[in-house]
Design a protein around this ligand. Structure first.
Ligand SMILES: C[S@@+](CC[C@H](N)C(=O)[O-])C[C@H]1O[C@@H](n2cnc3c(N)ncnc32)[C@H](O)[C@@H]1O
Length: 207
């Protein structure tokens, strides 16, 4: 099991964006859509051992978290527009209003009110890693720190084009998060997800 958390600093927590101008009208939900693809899809299908949390901090319905579970989701198309259509349908739901924790909206997709708290509660016991290009390299970590086969699989947290807000970084530090880099050069968020995925794939195949 592996988990990715992508923090969208201005990503809209509602469905009021235009599919024909996703980057310009959604607070960059396009970045989060690409991260979803990178985390959950291999070229042959779905990665059943992955959970993705999209933390949406933009607009009047924020903060909300969308959780997508590879184990339960039935189908996920790889193109950005289809992923945006899916996000729009999910974000139109009001099932999470007044509820606590994740509320199912469709197969494999749930929504919660809040920012990091529902994620940390959902992944209780998981080792938390914050992706930070200034941190020690992930390759210095032993396999045992990264590869967990149980439900407490490691949680990898990264930012969007604006990075991770300082308040959330402090919350992650308080939760005992470990900072790791996947190389010295800052790269795009979806590329970070792909590189971490590849790192874990290599270790699992080699172990
Ligand atoms: C496009 S970067 C954000 C750049 C933003 N200007 C900033 O200062 O954070 C998106 C996220 O990817 C992660 N990231 C990018 N390059 C990385 C690297 N080489 N190692 C680890 N994490 C990286 C960080 O979590 C970052 O918040």
């Amino acid at each position: 099991m592996r988990r990715f958390v992508i923090v969208g600093q201005k990503a809209l927590a509602s469905d009021e964006f235009r599919l024909d101008d996703l980057p310009g009208t959604s607070g960059r939900l396009d970045i989060l859509a690409r991260c979803l693809r990178a985390a959950l899809l291999s070229s042959h299908g779905l990665r059943r051992d992955v959970v993705v949390y999209l933390v949406l901090l933009g607009g009047p319905r924020a903060p909300r978290v969308v959780r997508v579970s590879g184990r339960e989701i039935q189908f996920l198309r790889p193109d950005e527009r289809s992923l945006a259509v899916l996000m729009q349908k999910v974000l139109a739901s009001r099932a999470d209003e007044g509820a606590s924790g994740f509320v199912p909206v469709r197969a494999g997709i749930s929504v919660a009110q809040g920012e990091l708290e529902p994620v940390l509660a959902d992944a209780a016991g998981a080792p938390v890693f914050v992706l930070d290009e200034a941190a020690p390299d992930i390759r210095a970590l032993p396999d045992a720190a990264l590869l967990r086969e149980d439900d407490a699989g490691a949680l990898f947290v990264l930012g969007d084009h604006l990075g991770i807000p300082a308040a959330l970084e402090r919350r992650l530090d308080a939760a005992g998060a470990v900072r790791v880099a996947i190389g010295p050069v800052p790269i795009h968020a979806d590329d970070v997800v792909a590189v971490v995925t590849n790192e874990l794939d290599r270790r699992r195949v080699g172990s």
